[in-house]
Design a protein around this ligand. Sequence first.
Ligand SMILES: Nc1ncnc2c1ncn2[C@@H]1O[C@H](COP(=O)(O)OP(=O)(O)OP(=O)(O)O)[C@@H](O)[C@H]1O
Length: 445
Amino acid sequence: MRALILEDEINLREILKMLVGEFGYEISEAGSLKEAFSQIDERIYDLILVDLRLPDGFGMEVVRKVKKEQLETEMIIITAFATTETIKEAFELGVYDYIEKPFNVDELKLILRNVTEKIRLKGKTEEDFPLIVGKSKVIERLKEQIKKIAPYDVNVLILGESGTGKELAARAIHKLSPRRNKPFVAINCAALPMELLESELFGYKKGAFTGALSNKMGLIEKADGGTLFLDEIGDMPLQLQAKLLRFLEEKTFIPLGSTQEKRVDVRVLAATNKDLKREIEDGRFREDLYYRLATITLCTPPLRERREDIPILVEYFADIFSKKYKKRVRKISPRFIKYLSSLPLEGNVRELKNLVEREVILLDDDGVLGAGFSFESFSIQDVEIPPEGVNLKKILEETEKNYLLKALKLAEGKKTKAAELLGLTFREFRYRLGKYTPQRGDKED
Ligand SMILES: Nc1ncnc2c1ncn2[C@@H]1O[C@H](COP(=O)(O)OP(=O)(O)OP(=O)(O)O)[C@@H](O)[C@H]1O
């Protein structure tokens, strides 16, 4: 296990080194934000102790960076001053705990003992998939497939709609593989522009381009010995696809601006919600890369094909969020479950999770989840959105125009009456109508 101590007061840093060292960590240290950033770019830490006030900035920048890179690093904030806002943001970003300076040594030791336990447990296998919740046939099959393929070092392509648990499946494969104690590094290929994605993946040498002020280790190297998860692979630019293919074939790569080839041992898992076969036909995805990535393919089923899992998912998320928000859920309203089961749930498990989170936050004193749920507000009319998308502004304008003209017709040209029919004031009606018709001398009637 490896820990980074970010603290600018040297004496305090020494004390922290000693305390953290007692828990068996190999320790690195940093006295400024800049130093911390370059340390984080160089290697993966299990734990970072973050002082907030630093000579060159605010320690929260480190927390944000770790979160952005989706690293599984635990963080503890040590600070003499922190506003409630900061603490709130820190917890939202997943910080493990915080302690105020001057701190009580026993208190810090207790936090360190607990976080170390958590870090150790992370490496352990979860044989029965407590994470992938569901009892439907399709989910049971998915779990079976994951168990079967996890131990073998093959690349896996995970296909499924957004929010169906593709990343969850990838994490399960990693946890059930012999690589479980090594890093799981995830990157979303759709979230970054081409140049950034390339430098994030492959890293660079100091001076490789303007702004490359120090060496940066790429995620491929950070995942050495472990698993690299490439989410939304269907959105990777063609140019980078060629570079990735070379890496998959050779297991070697060259960081930007370097001449030295690096060799790593990484298992690659990829996911997409795009139809890759079609992307290949349209020339947007390389066929050879597809076959490299898809030694095995897995499909995460949409929630509408396994509605029987909805009650148990709701229970699972209610439990998670009641702990998070310190609320007591005594019962889940059956009407709420029934209503959720009738929704289209295009956003799959993520949508369900968000709905449950909202209800936990709004929970009344009686502790019945979903009791005050406004059923109507969520009823979604069946609208068509073709694959190429729609122009919502135009649709809204068309709808508005049609209603205005229809009301005018019904009111036999009387604007006051037409406005009334639409719940508008005369002035509002006139303004809206003015957008679509040339205005002549406006009179009330
Ligand atoms: N079967 C499940 N059991 C428990 N939680 C689940 C399950 N499926 C999905 N989730 C949760 O739903 C959320 C969305 O899942 P995840 O991010 O894995 O989906 P995804 O398919 O990768 O989505 P995207 O394509 O948008 O990246 C996560 O918080 C995840 O933990």
